[in-house]
Design a protein around this ligand. Structure first.
Ligand code: TYD
Ligand code: MG
Length: 459
């Protein structure tokens, strides 16, 4: 018989070591290495488990559970799959509990038995919120509990079709000494929830708080263990909320759900494009509209730029809603390839409405907005810009031009500025394509390039 082996696992990052260390070699945290026992399997013992089956004999997947909240169902890939684990991550206060309470109530209203498990709020708090958002119903059960074994026995008794655990970080297994929320506890809780969901054939939604660094506490660890990871995002002081899938075993990860937080809970946003455009009467300098693809859905977003004289040796480049490095590249290309002088100026850039855009198709609108602010010239309000800007200053074609054009036309835009090499088929009527080969040409076409000698007084 071999002796029992111990492994030490960092509670912060999950790094494993065979000996105890005062400081985690991976993340540098002090005093976070916790002992985890692993019972060795007795020699000669047979592993229990399943036997191979004929694939032909495997039954078809059962129908999915539709929550009835269209935006959530779409991000889930067409409803939730029974027996699966869905993790909902997001910053505290963003609306995770509200979303799942509403989903739970809709599911209960559609005939599923739902068990809400809360380790964070009292029964009175949750019930009063549910009353306020009109979410109460007879098939909705509530358990205020942080002990994992109690949760398991309650679930085996009630046999719900849907479980909501709010949050997974507050759950605790008594068999482990480590505190709740740490890597050891999280792993234990998630893997037992996995077993429970499979056994009772329920969908389990787990709420996971995101730390300041933007990762789920117990980095990546939980993400690997669940079937579906959703993130709920938005600006804390803005009512708009965006739900997106970071991982989905049963659907696409590029879908996006848009909600608005109101006094009566979360409301689905039917026409998000309108929302991301800043409604204003008069056009102003420093703004440009782009059409970005979020999943299969085209969205119009407004980019706002402010270029201001800088007193700093290294001027600021600050962005919200897009990657800061991407902004720095766009600024460098504007300077070197389109001769827009930005070296002694701070550049601030924001995407309206709190959306985080990672598509390079945003580049052209970003460059146009910066040049517009730099020279204080207004871009035509009926034009939308779509294109990736390369390091050489070339405007490159992007995919799905026809869908983007259709969305822009729907919202009253009359021209779409794209690469002159873009192949566009099936374009809608009512919108004109303006082809540009490079950034300089785009800036000149819309009068936001370097002023000629005559105009140079305003430099
Ligand atoms: P909550 O769902 O508790 O966030 P999380 O679980 O992600 O921490 O939502 C908290 C915020 O939402 C809180 O600031 C109040 C706001 N809210 C509304 O504006 N309207 C509502 O109907 C509800 C229930 C919450
Ligand atoms: Mg909450």
């Amino acid at each position: 018989m071999r002796a029992e082996r111990s492994v030490y696992i960092c509670d912060e990052c999950g790094e494993a070591s065979v000996q105890w260390l005062g400081r985690c070699p991976a993340c540098g945290s002090f005093g976070t290495m916790q002992k985890e026992r692993r019972e060795p399997r007795p020699a000669g013992a047979r592993a229990s488990g399943s036997a191979p089956v004929r694939m032909e004999a495997v039954e078809e997947e059962r129908p999915r559970l539709l929550t009835g909240i269209g935006e959530l169902d779409r991000v889930l890939g067409g409803g939730a799959v029974p027996g699966s684990l869905v993790l909902l991550g997001g910053e505290p206060g963003i609306g995770k509990s509200t979303l799942l309470l509403q989903a739970a109530s809709c599911l209960a209203g559609r005939g599923s038995r739902v068990m809400l498990v809360s380790g964070e709020e009292s029964a009175a708090q949750i019930t009063s919120r549910a009353r306020r958002t009109g979410a109460l119903g007879p098939d909705l059960f509530l358990l205020c509990e942080t002990d994992l074994s109690s949760l398991e026995s309650a679930a085996r008794e009630l046999v719900p079709q849907v479980m909501v655990v709010d949050s997974i970080q507050t759950m605790r297994s008594q068999e482990l000494d480590s505190p709740p929320g740490g890597v050891n506890q999280l792993r234990e809780c998630v893997s037992r929830m996995q077993v429970l969901a499979k056994e009772t054939d329920a969908v389990a939604f787990l709420v996971g708080h995101v730390t300041k660094e933007g990762v789920l506490a117990g980095p990546r660890l939980v993400e690997h263990m669940v079937d579906c990871v959703l993130y709920f995002e938005g600006e804390r002081f803005d009512s708009l909320r965006v739900l997106r899938a970071a991982k989905n075993r049963f659907g696409s990860v590029s879908e996006l759900g848009v909600f608005e937080m109101t006094d009566a809970g979360l409301r689905e946003v039917e026409d998000p494009s309108r929302l991301f455009l800043d409604a204003r009467e008069e056009p102003v300098a420093g703004t440009a509209v782009a059409v970005v693809m979020e999943g299969r859905r085209p969205l119009l977003v407004e980019v706002q730029a402010l270029v201001a004289p800088s007193r700093l040796p290294a001027p600021k480049r600050v962005s919200t809603g897009m990657d800061g490095r991407r902004l720095a590249i766009n600024v460098a290309v504007l300077e070197r390839k389109a001769k827009v002088a930005l070296a002694e100026r701070d550049v601030y850039l924001g995407v309206c409405g709190g959306l985080q855009v990672s598509e390079p198709a945003l580049d052209l609108a970003v460059c146009m907005a910066i040049a517009s602010s730099r020279y204080d010239r207004i871009l035509p309000p009926h034009a939308a810009f779509v294109g990736e800007v390369s390091l050489t200053g070339e405007v490159r074609p992007v995919s799905r031009i026809a869908e983007r054009a259709k969305e822009a036309a729907r919202l009253g835009f009359r021209s779409l500025v794209i690469s002159d090499r873009a192949r566009a088929h099936g374009l809608p009527g009512g919108i004109e394509m303006v082809g540009v080969s490079d950034l300089s040409q785009a800036l000149e076409t819309f009068g936001v390039s370097r002023p000629s000698a005559r105009q140079s007084a305003d430099r």
